[in-house]
Write a protein that binds this ligand. Structure first.
Ligand code: KG4
Ligand code: ZN
Length: 340
């Protein structure tokens, strides 16, 4: 079984070819971040137009790299949602049409299911069940994953996603978009102790997060002042530490409550080194193993969409000929029964 995966939900156009036996044969990606950086964030219309320009050349490149002709592809998996509606429509219409033209199944994939399946691309993939901490630019979720497509939402951010908070604070610090990795690099030069920022919702029961207050607290420190370089680094470190400690504390609670022995961390913020170190320090005493996708598959890519598509295909999922694009789509509404 060989699946072509397509991702276009936000500002990355990506195409990948995944073989059930031989693994990932090709993955091609174009990031639009330089284009959006001019505006300090993603401009949806520009994103859609760029997806239109890139998607066909990227598909040709992925097929060539994989050494595949269309006849060698057994299914096309494409992101249906959630994301920017125009951007999603490009990949979804293109993917569905390819499947029609190639007379093979078309499989609509939930973007977050893609993130959850990204560790399955590694040679030693985690098994089910597991607890997932999904931390991206659009989502911060704690999900109990009993089996493939069997999701129970334990906690989520009630306002900004962790990545969004990283990006907004990075912007205040004058860093390029998307700012998460830039802020993390600045924080490496910081010294703790100068600034103290809140750890929102830690004192409250449950597994929900809130990050908008943290960003406001950082904004109040920055506003109207020109920070020295060492102050910028110290603030970046204080901010990163507050986010990471909050994520780690709530994840610990969810691990204790669910009793799961595996933690999967997925999404762009999963690339954060401090988060990885703190989770590595917290989990051994709970007897929990932490699993990550490789760093390039933490952020948006098509390999993870192909992997989720392959699992859906094996489970018998097939999409109708309708072209679906859903800006909002709860992960818990993606059960296989709902798709079939
Ligand atoms: O999963 P992703 O590529 O896109 C979404 O589906 O949202 O995640 C992108 C997010 C951005 O907010 C970016 O700033 C953040 O992941 N990010 C990081 C790091 N690398 C990427 N945040 C903190 N530390 C990093 N090293
Ligand atoms: Zn994503």
């Amino acid at each position: 079984m060989r699946v072509l995966g397509i991702e276009s939900s936000c500002d990355e156009t990506a195409v990948a070819v995944l073989d059930e036996e031989r693994g990932l044969l090709a993955h091609c990606l174009h990031s639009q971040s330089e284009m959006h950086n001019l505006y300090g964030g993603v401009v949806p219309e520009l994103a859609s137009r760029d997806h239109v320009r890139r998607i066909l050349p990227l598909t040709r490149a992925a097929l060539a790299k994989a050494g595949c002709a269309p006849a060698d592809i057994h299914a096309v998996a494409y992101t249906v949602g959630p994301g920017l509606i125009g951007a999603l429509l490009v990949g979804s219409a293109f993917g569905r049409s390819l499947a029609y033209a190639w007379r093979c199944p078309g499989i609509g994939v939930h973007h977050l299911e893609g993130h959850l399946m990204a560790p399955m691309l590694e040679s030693d993939p985690p098994g089910f069940p597991f607890l997932a901490l999904l931390v991206s630019g659009g989502h911060t979720l704690l999900i109990d994953v009993a089996a493939f497509a069997d999701y129970r939402l334990l906690g989520r951010s009630v306002d900004d996603a962790a990545g969004e908070a990283f990006d907004k604070t990075a912007k205040l610090l004058g860093l390029p978009y998307p700012g998460g990795a830039h802020l993390a690099r600045l924080a490496e030069r910081g010294t703790p102790g100068r600034y103290s920022l809140p750890r929102p919702m830690l004192d409250r029961a449950g597994f929900d997060f809130s990050f908008s207050g943290l960003k406001t607290a950082a904004a109040q420190i920055i506003r109207g002042r020109k920070l020295r370089e060492s102050e910028r680094a110290d603030l970046a470190l204080a901010f990163q530490t507050a986010i990471v400690e909050t994520l780690v504390a709530k994840t610990r609670r969810a691990l204790e409550a669910s009793g799961r022995a595996t933690l999967v961390v997925a999404g762009g913020v999963g690339a954060n080194q401090m988060l990885r170190e703190r989770l590595a320090a917290m989990t051994p005493e709970l007897g929990v193993t932490v699993r990550y996708p490789r760093v390039e598959f933490c952020t948006d890519n098509a390999a993870m969409i192909a992997m989720a598509g392959l699992w859906r295909l094996r489970a018998g999922a097939r999409d109708s000929l309708a072209i679906r694009a859903l800006a909002r789509w709860p992960l818990t509404e993606t059960s296989l029964a709902a798709v079939a």
